[in-house]
Every structure is written in C-alpha cells, then in structure tokens.
Design a protein around this ligand. Structure first.
Ligand SMILES: Cc1ncc(COP(=O)(O)O)c(C=O)c1O
Length: 348
C-alpha cells in the first residue's frame, strides 16, 4: 500500500460540538483502482478532490454500491470497529449484483485498519461520538455506452459524527411508490436505491412525516423497512420484524438486535407483517412499541405511524425494549460491556 500523509491535520478547524451528519471528513482517504482486470496497489492519501472526465460511467448509469459502518473509542483511547466482516461481506454481495468485481478481503481490511489508525483522533471518546465509515465502489471507465464498466474504484472515507438527541419519528405507510421489487436490487446497498427514495421521502416530509414505511411493490400490503432502517414491532412481549427477502436490506444492526433480544429472553419472530395485522394489534392494545434499527442511529423509537386515516401513536419512554436494546448494543460497541459475541475489533 502506498501511503502519503497530510502535512497538517484539519482537526483543529472542526467544531465537534456541532457536527452535521455526513458533512465533515477526516484527514485521509483510501483508494484502490480496478484496471486491466485486476485490483491494483491501493493507496492512502490526504482527503481531497478526485478528478475525472464527464464520461465517467457511474455518473450515467449509477453502477455503484456502498457500505455504512462505525468505529467507536473506548475509555482506554482505543478505536473499536463494529462487525467489519459483515460490512465487507455485504459490500461484495452488493457488488456482485451490480456487476462490480468483488474486493479482496485483505485490500478491504488492511485499507480500513490503516486509514482508521491514521485518523484515530477523529474518533472521539464519549457517548455521543462515533466515526462513520463509508466504503464505496463505483464504475470509473470513461464510457457512456449503457454497459458494465471495465474499470472501477474502491474508496473509503470517514466522517466524525455525534448524536445529541433523537428526532421524533413520525412515519407514513407508503402506498404509491416502491423502494424495491422482487428480483431487483433492494437487498443491495446500491446507490440508485437511495436516489429513488428521495422523491417519495420529500413528499412525505411535506406532509409532516420524517420517513416512509416501505411496503411490498405488488399490493402495498406488507411492511418492509422504514426510511433507511429495518423496522421492529413489539406486540405484547414479543418483537417482530419483517423476514429478510430480496427486497429488504439485511441490516447488521438488525442481526445484532435479534441476538441481543434473544439473550435478554425476549422472543423474536421474523415474518411477513401486513399493515392490517398491525392495525388490529394496535386497536386491541397489543402493539406497544415500534422502532427502527440501522448503523447511523443504532435504535430509533418511532412516535407514530399513519396509515390512510389511522394514526397509531407510541410512547417509548417507559419499560421500552428499544431503549434497553439500544443501551446494550452501544455498551458493546463502546467497549463498556464485555463483548461475548466477538463483534468488536481493535484498530492497531
Ligand atoms: C435501506 C436500509 N435498510 C436498513 C439499513 C440498516 O442496515 P445496518 O443496520 O447494516 O446499518 C440501512 C442502512 O444501512 C439501509 O440503507
């Protein structure tokens, strides 16, 4: 790996008490090119502009996939990565679907480790801080034929984040637009999935909702995800979440919450969930809590769900499964609690 470090850190210019998610970037970036049919020698260089011609294939056909993962600082000033193997596997699963060559494990892991170790001071200690990590792959040939690219780039950039409060989450059930259809790319973290979600989300925002609940593409009767999170329902003392399919992103937080909940002796069921079933559970007083899970927020309680003329509201402030699971997850992520699952790994 070729490494060029920056002459001067930009750290002192950053106001860590006022970080806007995804807008501040650490000193370095990782980059590796796929040319002549193989991945070339990777490099780390100061974070900054990259140059390309307007014919860059990804700009025209969206052949691009990405990951979202996090690192945390423990009280001994060590940086802990959370379930990096899972993000690596999912990135390659997404890559295959988008006809992008898979990244060899050593390029991903060595690049990630070296990058984070160079920029470890960007990962602050404290319950509100983490370092968001964005690995991404994109088509980099200069060619505007509607075809798979011959050349690709794999990059990793990182961004310090903080969460001071959770925004109220009022959701609306989406019955017109679709996030993913059977046989499509919903299970992949394909850039285009997100581009296609912005307009329906904007329409929901205009009506006062923060996110939409995505439903199945054929009848809009079954619940899939909410915004960019997997969704969970507490019915009585049981947690239910939609089972994974090719229209649902298999969340790493989701998988972690299943394990943690079962360890806390909470029954978890993965199944198809219809909106009517939810409404019935709510009307009979059994739908107690709803929450979303994802890397960015960990666990996010849902305040309300609107379905046509029905408003279902929830109070997550007392005896909440969401908050108990969030605390447990974050304690493991930050090294506050022993990690019997082997989910965290130290950056060296
Ligand atoms: C569509 C979608 N669903 C679910 C998730 C949650 O996945 P994870 O827990 O791996 O972050 C994400 C975020 O990555 C997402 O983009």
């Amino acid at each position: 790996m070729n490494i060029t470090t920056s002459n001067k850190t930009r750290l002192e210019n950053v106001d860590f008490s006022n970080l806007l998610f995804g807008t501040v970037f650490s000193d370095h970036m990782f980059s590796c090119s796929f040319t002549n049919g193989k991945w070339q020698v990777p490099e780390i260089l100061p974070y900054g502009p990259i140059s390309f011609n307007p014919g860059l294939q990804v700009l025209h056909y969206g052949q691009s996939v990405f990951e979202g993962m996090k690192a945390f600082k423990n009280k001994n000033n060590q940086v802990l990565l959370f379930r990096k193997e899972e993000n690596f596997k999912r990135l390659n699963k997404s890559a295959v679907r988008l006809s992008i060559p898979e990244i060899p494990e050593e390029i991903f892991m060595q690049g990630l480790n070296k990058l984070i170790s160079l920029d470890k001071d960007w990962c602050k200690y404290g319950p509100e801080y983490s370092l968001y990590i964005r690995p991404f792959l994109f088509a980099s040939s200069e060619c505007i034929k509607a075809s798979s690219s011959n050349e690709f780039k794999f990059m990793i950039i990182t961004s310090p984040t903080s969460t001071y409060y959770n925004q109220d989450l009022n959701l609306v059930v989406e019955e017109k637009y679709t996030r993913a259809a059977k046989g499509g790319v919903g299970f992949a973290k394909a850039a285009g999935n997100y581009a296609a979600s912005f307009y329906p989300t904007k329409m929901a925002n205009l009506k006062g909702f923060q996110q939409v609940i995505w439903t199945d593409s054929s009848k809009h009767q079954f619940i899939e995800e909410c915004g960019t999170m997997n969704i969970w329902f507490r019915v009585g003392d049981k947690l239910i979440t939609p089972s994974i399919s090719d229209t649902i992103l298999s969340g790493i937080t989701r998988d972690s919450i299943i394990t943690l909940a079962r360890d806390l002796k909470i029954e978890v069921q993965e199944k198809e969930i219809s909106i009517i079933e939810l409404l019935n559970a709510y009307n009979s007083g059994n739908l107690i809590e709803v929450f979303g899970t994802g890397t960015a927020v960990a666990v996010s309680p849902v305040k309300s769900i609107t379905y046509r003329n029905n408003l279902m509201s929830f109070d997550s402030s007392i005896d909440s499964f969401a908050l108990a699971l969030k605390e447990k997850l974050q304690n493991i992520q930050r090294g506050e609690e022993s990690d019997k699952y082997g989910w965290t790994s130290k950056v060296i």
